[in-house]
Design a protein around this ligand. Structure first.
Ligand SMILES: C[S@@+](CC[C@H](N)C(=O)[O-])C[C@H]1O[C@@H](n2cnc3c(N)ncnc32)[C@H](O)[C@@H]1O
Length: 178
């Protein structure tokens, strides 16, 4: 009986480790973007068919499934939590324009992106800015959830009462916007 409780506790610990501790140890724990905000993000990014949309830390992938279907775009999510990865990878089998990658997004090349969506803690921004600045092409849109980049003026801000604020940046190489 004791070993049964131990097993349950161990499983709970594994789930918490996957959803909170692992991501938190890296760039952010899991906290999904709200469904009601998906279209706001699409509007801010001015999504058009054929675009390539990345989510750095894809979580459960819900925003990717929704946007790829509604806006006819290709979406790539990169996630390091095994549980979230497996869940979204399995679901992606039913969506032909969604690709889910496993691992640390710092190891992935983002040069083909048209839009990069970021919902991470600001502690990661300095390192992230270097990567975005060196890899993203001119005109790529970066959307930040909640916290803006320091010292850089967003091209557009989407604000709504009692809701999260989203910040749009557009890569301009000659001005070194990041
Ligand atoms: C705040 S959640 C956002 C999830 C999803 N982007 C959304 O908006 O619904 C952050 C996610 O990033 C993942 N994460 C944190 N650091 C990461 C890294 N270095 N590489 C890949 N995923 C990471 C976490 O596991 C977590 O699922």
């Amino acid at each position: 009986m004791l070993s049964f409780y131990f097993l349950i506790l161990f499983l709970i610990f594994l789930v918490i480790l996957n959803l909170v501790l692992l991501g938190g140890f890296f760039e952010a724990p899991w906290f999904p973007t709200k469904k009601k905000d998906f279209d706001r993000i699409a509007k801010l990014a001015e999504l058009r068919p054929g675009m390539l949309f990345y989510d750095l830390g894809g979580g459960n992938g819900e925003i990717l499934f929704y946007l790829s279907k509604k806006y006819n775009i290709t979406c790539i999510g990169i996630e390091l939590s095994p549980l979230l990865y497996l869940y979204s990878k399995f679901k992606s089998l039913f969506f032909k324009r969604v690709k889910i990658e496993y691992g640390n997004f710092f190891q992935y090349d983002l040069s083909k992106a048209n839009v990069v969506y970021i919902f991470l803690l600001p502690k990661t921004y300095d390192k992230l800015k270097k990567k975005l600045n060196s890899e993203l092409k001119e005109g790529t849109k970066i959307i930040l959830s909640c916290w803006p980049f320091e010292y850089w003026k967003p091209t557009k801000i989407s604000e709504k009462e009692n809701s999260i604020t989203y910040y749009l940046y557009i890569v301009q190489k000659e001005k070194s916007c990041l």
